[in-house]
Design a protein around this ligand. Structure first.
Ligand code: F6P
Length: 383
């Protein structure tokens, strides 16, 4: 940290007059709250703000528009992003069509983006996104455009920050769904497997699994033995009105097995989309125990709706911190939250890495085991 992030500084020492703001990657609750915070802070300090539409696609295709107080009015509580987003618009590898064999043809569009920036006199960028978006900002930083990153993802797997905005809302949404499936599971004495998002990180499953009192939590970081899962289901079924709720991360995999891939999106910086393990687990439980089982895939429900208060607060703090760095002329940083304090790291330091759970060292895993949560690794004793 160069200077405490909470210190008041209203002098735009960087001399920047006009900034661009964009949201890249998948949508996430709290994006609008950041756009609002960035725009209001910039306007307050006498800067102009240009909203770039659909992530870097807006720069490639010259789709931008000014943001004023009115444009960001009443958006704090709105999910999604008023600017639109794209997880395919990588300026260094942008799909411009297909070849004779139908394969995508890619072009480097960084110079095209630079022309758009010059045309609209955009001197600095606030890029709100995940590691793919931060990597995509690198060529602009290299060409002298100050790029300040704000970390978003419901997966909470960005290296360097303890928390990303959007995560708390996704946890609340998943918990709500897990709470609700208790009704049918209990009434019909079934096992219900709820597949939650998170890619290769189990944070969303771990938090929502604990919050909902799920009996089994399956994480990408702990390959599961289906026999242990079935043992838990059978043990619980012996109780009066017995039932089991399994909170299963989309990235969970059986011991010695592989993650289940739903689709591959070649033009995306993170091409693999996981999905299907919930059904696999439910089918295995039914086949091995004879207990009726169902799978529920939550999907994009987890990213939808109104951001919870914690995400609105974090997004506002991040937006202000990004603007503060920009105004102070501090270059190419990613705003982060560590041990409850705002900080900043090099913008691409989170690229191509993921912050994963360390199962043997994680206090939440330990706490979950203490309430008899099964992780499919025979390490929790069910009674
Ligand atoms: O990274 C956020 C996330 O929602 C993941 O949890 C999930 O695997 C993926 O994005 C889904 O991507 P898409 O919206 O492209 O289906």
């Amino acid at each position: 940290m160069t200077e405490p992030m909470h210190a008041r500084d209203r002098v735009p020492v960087s001399g920047v007059k006009r900034i661009g703001v964009l949201t890249g990657g998948g949508d996430c609750p709290g994006l609008n709250a950041v756009i609002r915070a960035v725009t209001k802070d910039a306007l307050f300090h006498g800067m102009e703000v240009i909203g770039i539409e659909d992530g870097f696609a807006g720069l490639i295709e010259d789709r931008v528009h000014p943001l004023d107080r009115k444009a960001v009015g009443n958006i704090l509580t709105r999910g999604g992003t008023i600017l639109g987003s794209s997880n395919k618009a990588n300026p260094q590898k942008y799909a411009v069509g297909t070849d004779d064999e139908g394969k995508p043809v890619y072009r480097d569009m960084v110079d095209v983006c630079m022309t758009t920036l010059e045309l609209h006199r955009i001197e600095a960028l606030v890029v709100i996104g995940g590691d793919g978006t931060m990597s995509a900002a690198k060529p602009f930083a290299d060409r002298g455009i100050n790029c300040i990153g704000v970390p978003k993802t419901i997966d909470n797997d960005l290296v360097g920050t303890d928390l990303t905005f959007g995560f708390s809302t996704a946890v609340a949404n998943a918990t709500d769904a897990l709470d609700k499936v208790h009704t049918t599971a209990a009434s019909h004495h079934r096992a219900i497997v709820v597949e939650v998002m998170g890619r290769n990180a189990g944070w969303l499953a771990l938090h929502s699994g604990i919050a909902s009192g799920s009996d089994v939590i399956l994480l990408p970081e702990i390959p599961f033995d289906i026999e242990d899962v079935c043992h838990t289901v059978e043990t619980r079924a012996q109780r009066k009105h017995g039932f089991t709720i399994v909170c299963c991360s989309e990235g969970a995999k059986p011991k010695g097995g592989k993650q289940i891939v739903d689709r591959v999106i070649e033009s995306s910086p993170d091409p693999v989309r996981l999905g299907g393990v919930g059904k696999f687990v439910a089918d295995q439980i039914e086949e091995k125990t004879g207990i009726e089982s169902r799978a529920v895939v939550l999907g994009h429900v987890q990213r939808g709706g109104v951001p919870v208060a914690a995400d609105r607060v974090l997004a506002t703090q991040f937006g202000h911190a990004a603007m503060k760095l920009l105004r102070m002329g501090i270059k190419n940083r990613l705003v982060v939250m560590r041990n409850g304090l705002l900080d900043h790291v090099e913008i691409t330091s989170a690229a191509d890495k993921q912050r994963l759970i360390e199962p043997d060292n994680d206090p939440l895993v330990e706490a979950a085991r203490s309430v008899y949560t099964c992780f499919g690794d025979w390490k929790t004793k069910i009674v």
